[in-house]
Design a protein around this ligand. Structure first.
Ligand SMILES: NC(=O)c1ccc[n+]([C@@H]2O[C@H](COP(=O)([O-])OP(=O)(O)OC[C@H]3O[C@@H](n4cnc5c(N)ncnc54)[C@H](OP(=O)(O)O)[C@@H]3O)[C@@H](O)[C@H]2O)c1
Length: 245
């Protein structure tokens, strides 16, 4: 396993946290970004206490200059960016008739614009290096739509559209930048905790209780895509609990 520099947004919990721990254990240097600095610092300390290399910086992915600062922080401390994982996301689902417009705005800002800002922050460095990998976290909801998932699905379909556009451009430029989309099903994280619409929350809580598997399943799929030979890319991975329909 090579010693790569991996930047992860939304690394303070769930899939991002688990990915940071798994990749650090494999010898990579991880750079953690999210808004909750106390959580990030604890994860960094845990990783360091087992001999791993990790640093963190408070980052709100809806703020372009903060995302650019995260990239600069990684470069200043570790000298390169081999992998950038656009993982930060939220899923306050509800039906359109509920009119929860602020939540729609938030999902677009974090899930979609946050991903674009991450690409903008990392891509010029990867072009200069003539190598790199951008991993975008979509969802099974980025492949199909259900009641209450319209806006969340729009952001996650969008993440796949952005990724395919980026993949084609980087292939045409022969930049050696790999583009990977990971689409998880139900994973046991804090994601459903932020659903505020009571009916949707009830349905989702039951769904997650019935099906969700742990975040390290996704972390290991991400590690698998990173560990593939440089001339080969896992472009899309869909990963569901076996029993999820
Ligand atoms: N769990 C699932 O079932 C599932 C399924 C498919 C896809 N996903 C996707 O997986 C990704 C990770 O979610 P998760 O399941 O691990 O949920 P989670 O435990 O709630 O983690 C979400 C992460 O995003 C961060 N975040 C939220 N808003 C942010 C912002 N404005 N700026 C920076 N970071 C922000 C949170 O950190 P702070 O609050 O500290 O900022 C947190 O670290 C998301 O993109 C989600 O859509 C999850």
């Amino acid at each position: 396993m090579e010693n790569k520099v991996v930047v992860i947004t939304g690394a303070s919990s769930g899939i991002g946290e688990s990915t940071a721990r798994v990749l650090a254990k494999q010898g990579n240097r991880v750079v953690l970004g999210a808004r909750r600095g106390d959580r990030l610092e604890k994860i960094v300390k845990d990783i360091e206490s087992t001999g791993g290399a990790a640093i963190c910086k408070v980052t709100d992915v809806t703020n372009l200059s903060q995302v650019q600062d995260l990239a600069k922080f990684a470069l200043d401390r570790y000298g390169r960016i081999d992998v950038w994982i656009n993982n930060a996301g939220l899923m306050p689902r509800s039906e359109f008739i509920k009119g929860r417009v602020e939540e729609w705005d938030r999902m677009i800002d974090v899930n979609l614009k946050g991903t674009l800002y991450g690409i903008d922050a990392a891509l010029p460095t990867m072009r200069k290096q003539n190598s790199g990998q951008i991993i975008n976290i979509s969802s099974v909801a980025g492949h199909s739509i259900s009641i209450g998932s319209g806006v969340y699905s729009a952001t996650k379909f969008g993440v796949r559209a952005i990724s395919e556009g980026l993949r084609q451009e980087e292939a045409a430029a022969k930049s050696n930048v790999r583009v990977t989309v990971i689409s998880p099903g139900a994973i046991a994280t804090e994601l459903p905790d932020h659903v505020k619409d009571p009916e949707t929350k009830k349905t989702l809580d039951k769904f997650y209780a019935d099906y969700a598997v742990s975040a390290d399943r996704v972390a290991n799929a991400i590690a698998f895509s990173i560990n593939a030979p440089e001339d080969t890319t896992m472009n899309e991975i869909v990963i569901r609990p076996t029993s999820q329909r």
